[in-house]
Design a protein around this ligand. Structure first.
Ligand code: GLC
Length: 751
């Protein structure tokens, strides 16, 4: 068989090539392409059980690097690959390292099956883009797709085939650190962004050497962890799971995502990484997914502490029989699958089906045609941090910035000579702006806020003082900061979180400014010099005092390499801010969870009647609502019209509204349409985002903006777990955020 294997692979590759050529455009998610399936049949027939198990085992490179940063390949990894002990590695990067390991796999192993190299390409590779939560604030799926595309091309040039992205977890609790990695609290916006990221990663052809296969994570409902504590228990109705948390996964799948990642958490007593409901019933039987599922790091082994498996053998048994195909770093499949097959607790057919799914994606990536996908050190060096990538990073960083407050139009700042004091622990900081998961990047290239301001306002006197740390009680820098503030015409304070205060296992019980930062803000505010507060953070912050006492607040998240340029562009008006919040900002931590599409309850909260759902000590409304964001002009809405007041299930809800730029500067508005199902067999949220559109209007201009929503998008999951649009009245709200009160009504009739 050894002699014929290369021949089989060669023929298989030709079959795939022929099929691909025959189909003018290889669908990103082709149905079962016959040539590939036949080729996989042949490969499976020739594999030993151990070699099959090897295809279901993923190891981390965990490599040491040499003096020039090159990855050093150790003998253990070489022999593991040579013996067919693994079919995938993560955390190995670089054309040289990946080519060498691939060469061992396809030339020195018996089965000669190509490796698939995975990496977390979450918001950039060598060019770091804004964190996903920031990019979601752009409300610009095309920009998000471009960001994902550039990140994919840089990573693919470095030998990566597979990214563990997009992270599509809906997050309603900002204490949860991984809210930074997703697209916020809303199912519709999250679904739009999930699909955009998959398109960016995978392009129009998975076998394009610049494409990566996406991995939709963390499946599922990982963002609903109790208390906002990472990895914690998730307990919710199946209706909520299906209507709030699953749609972004389905949107990613519909966009062609080739792989999924099982999550760490349990849902309703079933650990996701052993959930047959999630991995087989929903994903494969209902959604017809034909790619493969990888566990999260060690999550199969964690079925034991979950109390969902007694030992590694049972953990492996429950995971593989649930439909988790590949084991990332738990070594449970490596250690137990062979004996489970002998004990008939796992069938060979189950193993074969998982191997088939893995090989199918390897074929779709073109790895059987060219295991190296044309990588070379030369191309890698040419692609990484290409000037066009850096320019794109600046563009999307600018559009991710949200202007939260601008009293008396303090912003944009004049570029005329004047004295600007730049203060704060994040002002001259090259590490934290890259955010929670930047990839193997070089932070020396980060443009700091101070550098961006110095470059933009070259004619001004720019003074700098760090003032305080990010998260300590040291006040020794206060005096210098106060001193430069006294001498300035305006102060730009750059405050917020380090990049290690959000992301995995980085949850906070208090989401105000960390350390003694607020004390510094108050000390500088006491000088009387007006302050522009620039926030750098990976989650909503509870900034009630700041919002009440400072004239201008700019939410800049963690923006990546082009931080300083993007923020300066907005501060000086080169770019009028266009961002809108993808997540609600609470007044205080104690309000959390607080999200816009909540249920009305029998005593909806209001601040005038005591016996309603509210707190005694704070207003029950958010500090800033979902969808909120200002710019350097203002907009007015009028003449909201619904084309047909009576709708049938097959119709679309067609909305028209007049938007006017009522200010003195041109600007962008994101017109948002929310719908409420007034009465349901099950209670319905007070409103849900169903469409949005960005419009650019010159000062004083107006336009009629039209949006259409398929009536089918108004469906929800009933007690019978079936989705339906229930006949009845609906209220449509249109405006600039989730508190919009311009409303109209329509009715859906049964037939
Ligand atoms: C981590 C994360 C997951 C990531 C994986 C590989 O624990 O939960 O998002 O893709 O391990 O790094």
């Amino acid at each position: 068989m050894k002699l014929f294997r290369p021949l089989i692979l060669f023929v298989a590759g030709l079959l795939v090539l022929h099929t691909a050529v025959a189909q003018k455009r290889t669908p990103v998610r082709p149905g079962a392409v016959r040539g590939v399936e036949y080729a996989i049949d042949s490969i499976l027939a020739g594999l030993t059980l151990q070699e099959k198990i090897g295809q279901l085992v993923q190891y981390s490179g965990g490599w040491s690097t040499g003096p020039t940063g090159e990855q050093i390949i150790n003998q253990e990894q070489r022999s593991l690959i040579r013996s067919g002990g693994t079919g995938s590695l993560l955390n190995v990067t670089g054309a040289a390292a990946t080519r060498e390991l691939q060469r061992i796999a396809v030339e020195e192993s018996r089965a000669r099956i190509p490796l698939i190299f995975g990496l977390d390409v979450i918001h950039g590779f060598k060019t770091t883009f804004p964190i996903p939560l920031a990019e979601a604030a752009s409300w610009d799926p095309a920009a998000v797709e471009l960001s994902a595309r550039i990140s994919a091309t840089e990573a693919a040039s470095a030998g990566i085939h597979w990214t563990f992205a997009p992270m599509v977890d809906i997050a309603r609790d900002p204490r949860w650190g991984r809210i930074a990695e997703g697209s916020g609290e809303d199912t519709y916006l999250g679904s739009v962004m999930a699909a955009a990221r998959v398109r960016g990663c995978q392009g129009t052809r998975l076998d394009d050497p610049m494409s990566l296969v996406a991995c939709v994570k963390h499946y599922a409902a990982y963002g609903a962890a109790e208390g906002g504590r990472d990895y914690n228990t998730v307990d919710m109705s199946e209706q909520t799971l299906r209507d709030v948390y699953l749609p972004p996964f389905k949107a990613a799948l519909d966009a062609g995502a080739g792989t999924f990642m099982a999550s760490f958490n349990e849902i309703n007593g079933v650990a996701s990484s052993g959930s047959r409901f999630l991995m087989t019933k929903v994903l494969r039987e209902e959604w017809k997914f034909d790619g493969f599922v990888v566990s999260d790091w060690g999550s199969i082994g964690e079925l034991i502490p979950h109390g969902f498996a007694a030992d590694p053998g049972q953990a492996a048994e429950r995971a593989i029989n649930a439909g988790v195909d590949m084991d990332m770093e738990a070594r449970a499949y490596r250690d137990s699958l062979a004996s489970l097959v002998k004990q008939k607790r796992v069938s060979v057919a189950t193993i074969d089906e998982s191997v088939r799914r893995v090989l199918r994606i390897k074929f779709r990536l073109g790895l059987f045609s060219d295991p190296y996908r044309g990588t070379s050190v030369e191309r890698e060096n040419r692609m990484l941090r290409h000037p066009s990538h850096i320019a794109a990073a600046r563009t999307i960083a600018r559009s991710s910035i949200v202007l939260l407050k601008n009293e008396n139009s303090l912003l944009p700042l004049s570029l005329k000579a004047g004295a600007i004091a730049v203060i704060g622990p994040l002002a001259q900081n090259k590490r934290d702006p890259v955010g929670t998961w930047p990839g193997p990047t070089d932070t020396n290239n980060v443009v700091t806020v101070l550098e961006g301001i110095q470059e933009a306002a070259a004619g001004s006197l720019i003074m700098y003082a760090r003032g305080c740390g990010i998260d300590d009680a040291d006040t020794t820098g206060f005096a210098t900061a106060v001193n430069v503030a006294r001498k300035a015409d305006v102060v730009v304070m750059v405050m917020g979180e380090s990049n290690e205060m959000s992301g995995e296992a980085c949850c906070r019980s208090f989401i105000g400014l960390p350390g003694n930062q607020l004390d510094l803000v108050k000390a500088v505010q006491a000088t009387g010099t007006p302050i522009v507060l620039v926030l750098m953070n990976g989650r909503p912050l509870a900034i009630s005092w700041e919002a009440a006492n400072l004239p201008a607040i700019v939410e800049s998240w963690h923006l990546g390499h082009e931080t300083g340029h993007a923020i300066a562009d907005v501060l000086f008006g080169t770019y009028a801010p266009t961002g809108r919040l993808p997540v609600t900002f609470p007044r205080v931590t104690g309000q959390v969870p607080l999200y816009y599409n909540h249920k009305n309850t029998g005593r909806p909260f209001n601040d005038t009647s005591h016996y309603t759902s509210r707190y005694l000590d704070i207003p029950s409304t958010p500090l800033y609502p979902f969808g909120y964001g200002l710019t350097y002009t203002t907009f007015g809405y009028s003449d909201l019209v619904i084309d047909a007041a009576t709708l049938h299930p097959a119709d679309s809800l067609r909305v028209r509204v007049t938007v006017r730029n009522t200010g003195t500067r041109d600007g962008d508005e994101v017109v948002q349409v929310y719908v409420r199902d007034d009465v349901g067999t099950l209670t319905r949220p007070v409103r849900e985002l169903k469409a949005f559109k960005r419009v650019h209007l010159a000062a004083g201009a107006s336009a009629t903006v039209a949006l259409a929503i398929p009536v089918s998008d108004l469906a929800y999951t009933g007690a019978d777990m079936k989705r339906r649009v229930e006949p009845g009245t609906f209220t449509v709200f249109v405006g600039s955020n989730a508190a919009a009160d311009l409303a109209a009504h329509c009715e859906v009739v049964a037939k």
